[in-house]
Design a binder for this molecule. Structure first.
Ligand code: FES
Ligand SMILES: [Fe+2]
Length: 445
């Protein structure tokens, strides 16, 4: 008893001795903080400027670009802005004539989730391609994709489901399914054997280039190709991403690199004019700075691939030839299947690569994600600016895609021939069971 008492006296003494320097330290720190607050109060203009500069430098040099735009954000400049704009956009979408569009969901690999958005043990619900997917990462780090609905009583595995090792456990009655095969491994409350038809539907999944891909086929055929690994993605520095929602059929966007005719009309105005330049700005800028684009589209060596080379030059002051080599950009677009595009970028500042995924989330709604990586010698602000300017160029296409009608028998001229080659090439991604949407607009009286 005495020993205990003397022990506690010693610890109180030691504690007090240690407490004194700690209190002194805290006091000195408080004085520092108070002095800083006083300085800020006295020189608030300089202080605010300093804080803003620190934030800006941090954002410019250390934070990759992350741009997210909803369907009502691009291509509707002609509508009055304000609270009702989104409502009006939806009304226009509802009554739009979509034309005789191709099927809504082509067959192929689709990068439906960005790797950085899925941690070990995490599960996400993804609605795309007319399916509900549960996308999760097992504790081994491997990503799995299965049907979201449990074969027991239909609970959504991605809403409250738990990842156990490399299995997914249903949030309703705890049935557990293997990530790889979907086989049911445990029904904790049942003493009987596991029913044979308790298998969860799983999808072929691969993860590469910063995306988790699902294999989708309307007639359940197995993949005969896989998305290629791009070594540059791991060699280069990550510079950011952009995300857009576009109101069109999946094939509309894929046609863009084969549509040579639009390049020098949609994309010629200097990109600094923004995604939806007005006619006044377009006309005024035409004599100052103008992009000149030349493109060639061809089918690739592998039947599911296509290649398009686009050379972009900047014409300053009508043929002055100023800064020609500095502003030249060469883009090699590799279309891989129906939804994925890899763009090799060459500029005076260095090389880069862009990985693009076009994900059909609804028959007439595509999610488009661009991620960009560049050689480390590109400084971050310049690389971010490039990605941002590229997104403005895409906004010019989005303005058209959002409102156009698909014509399966268009009136073409000789110079449009690559469009037809592209359509023939793309038709390989449809099969008998491919879902085709009827025109949802109802303009008949
Ligand atoms: S609904 Fe999934 S275990 Fe019952
Ligand atoms: Fe375009």
């Amino acid at each position: 008893m005495n020993l205990v008492k003397s022990g506690s006296v010693v610890s109180v003494l030691v504690g007090s001795v240690l407490l004194v320097p700690l209190l002194l330290l805290a006091y000195s720190q408080c004085i520092w903080i108070i002095q800083i607050i006083r300085l800020i109060q006295q020189h608030w203009v300089i202080s605010s400027f300093l804080c803003l500069s620190i934030y800006l430098v941090h954002w410019l040099f250390l934070v990759p670009l992350d741009l997210n735009k909803k369907v009502e954000d691009v291509g509707w400049k002609y509508l009055p802005s304000g609270k009702l704009k989104a409502q009006e956009v939806n009304r226009i979408r509802k009554y739009r004539e979509i034309g005789d569009t191709p099927p809504s969901y082509p067959n192929g690999w689709f990068g439906i989730v960005e790797s950085r958005n899925l941690n070990r043990g995490q599960v996400l619900h993804v609605v795309a391609l007319g399916c509900n997917f549960a996308v999760y990462r097992g504790m081994s780090g491997k990503a799995y994709i299965s049907d979201a609905y449990c074969p027991h009583l239909g609970a959504n595995l991605a809403v409250g489901g738990r990842v156990r090792e490399d299995c997914i456990q249903c949030p309703y009655h705890n049935w557990t399914f293997k990530g790889e095969t979907g086989e049911c491994t445990s029904i904790s409350y049942s003493k009987g054997s596991i029913p044979k038809n308790s298998k969860l539907k799983t999808y072929k999944t691969v993860e590469r280039n910063g995306f988790i891909y699902v294999w989708f086929h309307a007639d359940q055929e197995l993949p005969d190709w896989t998305p290629p690994e791009e070594a540059k993605v791991s060699e280069y520095a990550y510079r950011g991403r952009t995300e857009y929602y576009v109101n069109c059929n999946a094939q509309d966007m894929s046609e863009n690199p084969a549509d040579n005719g639009h390049l020098n009309f949609v994309h010629d105005t200097a990109v600094f004019a923004g995604g939806e330049p007005s006619q006044i700005i377009e006309d005024w800028l035409a004599g100052v700075a103008k992009h000149e684009l030349a493109a060639a589209w061809r089918q690739g060596k592998l039947k599911h691939t296509a290649v398009s080379t686009i050379v972009v030059n900047m014409d300053l002051f009508k043929g002055s030839g100023m800064l020609k080599s500095l502003t030249k950009v060469v883009l090699i677009l590799k279309q891989i299947g129906p939804s994925c595009v890899h763009i090799d970028i060459e500029t005076a500042f260095g090389k880069g690569i862009m990985i693009i995924q076009n994900i059909p989330v609804e028959p007439m709604l595509q999610k488009v994600v661009h991620t960009m990586y560049t050689e480390r010698k590109w400084i971050q602000p310049l690389a971010k600016l490039f990605l941002y300017l590229e997104s403005l160029q895409m906004e010019r296409d989005i303005r058209i895609w959002n409102s156009k009608k698909y014509l399966s028998n268009p009136v073409l001229v000789k110079e449009d021939s690559s469009l037809l080659h592209h359509r023939r090439w793309f038709s390989q991604f449809y099969s008998e069971g491919s879902y085709r949407q009827k025109n949802p607009g109802n303009l008949d009286w």
